[in-house]
Design a protein around this ligand. Structure first.
Ligand code: ARG
Length: 428
């Protein structure tokens, strides 16, 4: 008998990927190898592995990718301040290229001809996986059972029941979630009406602001070249740093995000996130950049941040544009070292102090007290030159406009003209 072809499936242990093990085996007559990747989503991984085997995977592999995830994906995104549409710190999006890479690696090791994932045809994740895999290993086929099988959620549950596939209790939960060290993504159910306030049971990592302690927590975060290295003077590796800040921030209700976002596939969707560590670190990092980067650097870097976020969100991790942007971001961080003090109180994360040996803040220049070294006299000459083009334009254009210097028939202008008219009439 000819050997069956092999496929490596990204296996989460949830309903869709569990059904997929059987569906692929039945539909494509392939041997399914389940790959479960640990990016900090707290689960019993030994149990997930056993489950894959029980359902019919010929092999089940668990990879601890937490450190890789933090050092190669999360921290570079933090250094860039990558936040999609000003709200979403990109937890799910950042994990996808890593999972694509590990799928490809295992497929090569096992001599598989295909990889598979459990994404549906409506989301961003299918794009991120497919584009990532195609970039890294164009020879591999990509199977997306949940995109192909055309089963509703109820039908998938029935399909699993018929085959004795254990249905995870999470199926009863009214939300679809994805989590890793950088945050937890929550969608579906009552959240699909953007008018509905997210119910408390949607959240798992954060207290509500109302239930958070009345007394604030303070934490001092030290950065070296834009990477957080210690909390309150305690040196921590990246994974422990994120866990600690997720716990502390969650306790104080920090990091809840409610976002109507624009998916790559053209759909507006309501997504709720919990990202305490991301919220705290992004704020702290930006505060330190405010101290150590020039105004011009900050302005340019903001544009880079928005491009970087789009690129991550849109599944373009494995591109030259990414390498180029990443090189700029790395270079920009060479003086971003120092300590930021943050206060966490009832859902708020407030930067209350920052210091750096490379600080561009000069007390002598800033102070209004004695010790002021700023040359006040020099301001006059500066203003004279700065305002020069403004004066020229006003004289030859703005002041001659019939509608007045504001360029619109502004109420103020009307009033002034009327008043002037009255005056000249009465003086006659
Ligand atoms: N909307 C987010 C993104 O595209 C998160 C999607 C995560 N999936 C989930 N089941 N909540 O990155």
């Amino acid at each position: 008998m000819a050997q069956k072809q092999k496929v490596v499936l990204a296996y989460s242990g949830g309903l869709d990927t569990s059904a997929a093990i059987r569906w692929i085996a039945e539909k494509y007559q392939m041997d399914v190898i389940a790959l479960t990747i640990d990016v900090g989503n707290e689960r019993n991984l030994a149990q997930v592995r056993q489950k894959a085997l029980k359902i019919g995977a010929v092999k089940a592999v668990v990879v601890d990718a937490k450190e890789l995830f933090v050092s190669l994906f999360v921290f570079p995104a933090l250094q860039a301040n990558a936040i999609y549409q000003g709200q979403y710190p990109l937890a799910t999006a950042l994990s996808r290229p890593l999972i694509a890479k590990l799928l490809v690696d295992l497929a090569k090791e096992e001599g598989a001809t295909a990889v598979a994932h459990g994404c549906t045809g409506k989301g961003n994740d299918q794009v991120r996986f497919d584009v990532g895999v195609a970039a890294l290993a164009p020879e591999l086929k990509i199977l997306a059972p949940a995109r192909e099988w055309g089963m509703s959620r109820e039908q998938t549950i029935a399909y699993a029941r018929e085959r004795g596939i254990p249905i995870p209790v999470t199926v009863e939960k009214p939300f679809s979630t994805d989590e890793n060290l950088w945050g937890r993504s929550i969608e579906c159910g009552v959240l699909e009406d953007p008018w509905n306030e997210p119910p408390e049971e949607a959240f798992a990592w954060t207290k509500s602001a109302g239930d958070a302690p009345e007394v604030p927590a303070y934490v001092e975060i030290a950065f070296e070249k834009g990477i957080p290295v210690s909390l309150d003077g305690r040196e921590l590796n990246g994974v422990t740093m994120l866990r600690s800040l997720n716990d502390l921030g969650g306790e104080h209700g920090v990091g809840r995000i409610d976002h109507v976002e624009d998916r790559l596939v053209g759909i507006k969707s309501r997504e709720v996130y919990e990202a305490p560590a991301a919220t705290i670190l992004l704020k702290a990092h930006q505060a330190l950049e405010g101290l150590t980067l020039s105004k011009l650097q900050l302005r340019f870097k903001e544009r880079v941040a928005s491009e970087y976020a789009e690129l991550i969100y849109n599944g373009l991790w494995f591109t030259s544009l990414h390498q180029d942007l990443a090189a700029y971001v790395q270079s920009s961080q060479r003086h971003v070292s120092g300590v930021v003090r943050v206060k966490l109180l009832k859902g708020n994360c407030i930067v209350v102090g920052r210091q750096s040996p490379r600080s561009l803040y000069s007390y002598g220049l800033a102070t209004y007290d004695k010790g002021d070294v700023f040359d006040h006299k020099a301001a006059e000459g500066f203003i004279n030159i700065w305002g020069l083009p403004v004066r020229v334009q006003a004289k030859v254009q703005l002041l001659l406009q019939p509608e007045g210097p504001l360029g619109i028939a502004a109420p103020l202008e009307e009033k002034r003209k009327k008043a002037a008219g009255r005056k000249s009439r009465s003086s006659k």
